[in-house]
Design a protein around this ligand. Structure first.
Ligand SMILES: [Zn+2]
Length: 349
């Protein structure tokens, strides 16, 4: 039996994929100070620390709105993405699908295409040979409604050749029903993009069923309320629809506390272990790592040390990160082969 710190360093060495990562959620306090200064504002560190200590979903949405208000120009996004790629490289992350809140860019009347192009240029300029392969997910904000979501979907389809692989829906899950977005998701499917949705984070299992049955979601962001519905867990297995589980996020948004029906939850009560035991397809991810004080390696370490997953289960989940990616078939096989070869050298397979 390995100790928690041994297993932590083991997973730091393992190649990983990250499938649920919001670019804007990587805005660290230091970077916010830098961006604010660019725009002529001095941010006090105490003010940032206070904001970055969320316990409820409305607090988190407020933080997201506030922090992203400092992303004003294409070069702000370029600076952020360069730091994110470097951070992922240091975490031994080999593949990432970065979610971009295009819905927020449009709300602020920004030129989303110019922002995206600046990010692609910034990534291109990074020379390290071991930087992760990046694809993109364009995300709409649910509470802004289906018409705004369609604008995001149209942009996603337009940018497909530049590496956009999917369209997603985030924000306040309880604001509008999935059925309102059926037409948007039908368009997304017809344009050859993959479909994802945040569901079962703050709402119950029906929200996950709707995302799958009505929107055709191929992966579910969070989905932790599936633990309350065994038939739904069986459906996830049958259709091989994975949950992108982000434990530290569930703690900081109050989603886990809500699921448990308690005021303050702790990770030991997270359903991750039960999902794994049931055979539900899973990936581990960080969601908004700077805002939730975590990293990909920390997430694996905590899943072992505090949520009771075995090394074998964690290795299986790490492999699933590549298996459930939206990489084209041939590229996926190569990524999986590489993963297995490295996992074998670490005695994990
Ligand atoms: Zn998310």
């Amino acid at each position: 039996m390995q100790s928690a710190s041994e297993s932590g360093s083991l997973f730091a060495r393992l190649p990983k994929a990250e499938l649920h990562l919001h670019l804007e959620g990587c805005l660290t306090p230091d970077l916010l100070v830098q961006l604010a200064a660019r725009h002529g504002e001095k941010l006090e560190p105490e003010k940032i620390t206070e904001r970055y200590n969320t316990r409820t979903f409305p607090e988190f949405l407020e933080l997201f709105k506030w922090a992203t208000s400092y992303l004003r120009q294409p070069q702000d996004y370029a600076l952020l993405v360069a730091l994110v790629v470097e951070e992922l490289r240091s975490q031994n992350c080999r593949y990432v699908e970065i979610t971009l809140s295009v819905g927020v860019m449009l709300l602020r009347s920004q030129n989303a295409e110019a922002n995206f192009t600046a990010m692609l240029d910034a990534v291109q300029k990074q020379l390290s040979s071991d930087k992760p392969k990046i694809n993109w997910i364009f995300d709409a904000v649910r509470q802004f409604g289906p018409e705004k979501a369609m604008e995001v979907a149209l942009l996603a389809a337009e940018m497909k050749a530049a590496g956009v692989v999917a369209f997603g829906l985030g924000g306040d899950e309880e604001s509008l029903p999935a059925a309102d977005f059926r037409r948007v998701y039908d368009y997304v499917a017809s344009s050859g993009l993959h479909r994802v949705a945040h569901a079962g984070e703050m709402a119950g299992p029906q929200s996950i069923r709707d995302a799958i049955e009505i929107l055709g979601a191929e992966r579910i962001g969070h989905g932790i309320s599936a633990i309350r519905d065994q038939a739904l867990m069986d459906l996830l297995i049958e259709r091989q629809v994975p949950l992108e589980v982000c434990p530290q996020s569930n703690l900081c948004t109050g989603a886990l506390a809500k699921l448990m029906g308690v005021k303050h939850a702790s990770l030991q009560y997270h359903p991750l272990r039960e999902f794994a035991a049931w055979g539900v397809p899973l990936t581990l991810a960080t969601d908004d790592p700077a805002m939730f004080h975590t990293s990909l390696n920390d997430t694996y370490a905590l899943a072992g040390a505090q949520m009771g997953l075995t090394i074998e289960q964690l290795a299986f989940i790490a492999e699933a990160g590549f298996r459930h990616s939206f990489l084209p078939f041939a590229e996926k096989q190569i990524a999986l082969e590489r993963f297995r070869a490295e996992a074998r050298t670490l005695n994990l397979l």
